[in-house]
Design a protein around this ligand. Structure first.
Ligand code: CTP
Ligand code: CA
Length: 222
């Protein structure tokens, strides 16, 4: 019923959405991750689907609910999310990358469980950098494709950081949000974002439900 009532202004568009955290395993029972629940990404994907788009989600480990009409690929690590997203990108019209991708992974992944006795004096773990999915998609973007990213920040200089990420990753639109507040960021129902686009337009949006933010993102892109 909701889909029948929604404007079908994204009909015929193929849209990629990444969402949730990634997990970077260090041994078979231990991993490095973050508190992302996939809520913002599920809202973005659902809004696009309601408006008629063909939506493909690449989802890290999280319990996000998505309507059955959306195609979902489940992945675990940043490397898996990178490979899946890159292979989908050439057939997509747009992508919105909301995932909280781990920037680093343990340098060596152990096959056997690490025994605590071996770390009695403390434990140092070496990390290696993960590839930046958004930046790679940006570097391979055609003039017809549209690319949207997020920026998760804990600083007051949120707009200038967003502008720098928009340029570096060759985005059309970026939504920057604070992740050190209880009414925005990880797991919350609402979010407080600054939107900056490639034409230099920027807006501070009021505290809004994540579903309303998702709707407004697609309005802006259209
Ligand atoms: N992102 C990505 N792949 C990564 C890291 C980030 O696709 N390896 C995407 C996120 O999905 C988000 C955007 O890049 O859309 C910004 O992520 P963020 O963590 O804010 O920025 P980083 O570029 O990773 O920089 P930093 O964490 O140092 O602020
Ligand atoms: Ca990051």
């Amino acid at each position: 019923i909701l889909k029948a009532l929604a404007p079908q202004d994204l009909a015929g568009r193929k849209i990629l959405v990444t969402l949730g955290p990634t997990r970077e395993f260090w041994d078979p029972v231990r991993f490095w991750s973050n508190p992302s629940t996939g809520r913002m990404g599920a809202a973005v994907a659902t809004a696009a689907w309601l408006r008629g788009a063909q939506v493909h989600v690449v989802q890290g480990p999280c319990p996000a609910w998505l309507p059955p009409g959306i195609q979902v690929d489940s992945v675990t690590s940043a490397q898996e999310m990178y490979e899946r997203s890159l292979s989908l990108w050439p057939s997509m019209d747009m992508a919105c990358l909301t995932a909280a991708v781990c920037d680093f992974r343990p340098h060596n992944q152990r096959q056997q469980k690490f025994k605590k006795e071996a770390g009695e004096q403390g434990l140092d773990i070496a990390f290696a950098p993960n590839p930046d999915i958004l930046q790679t998609l940006g570097s391979r973007k055609t003039p017809q494709q549209r690319l949207i990213g997020f920026a998760a920040e804990t600083s007051d200089a949120i707009q200038s950081i967003a502008e720098e990420k928009l340029r570096r990753k060759q985005l059309d639109l970026i939504l920057a949000n604070r992740i050190d507040r209880t009414d925005a960021g990880f797991a919350s129902a609402t979010n407080h974002v600054v939107a900056v686009d490639a034409h230099g337009r920027h807006e501070q949006w009021p505290l809004m439900d994540k579903g309303d933010i998702a709707w407004r993102i697609w309005d802006w892109i259209l």
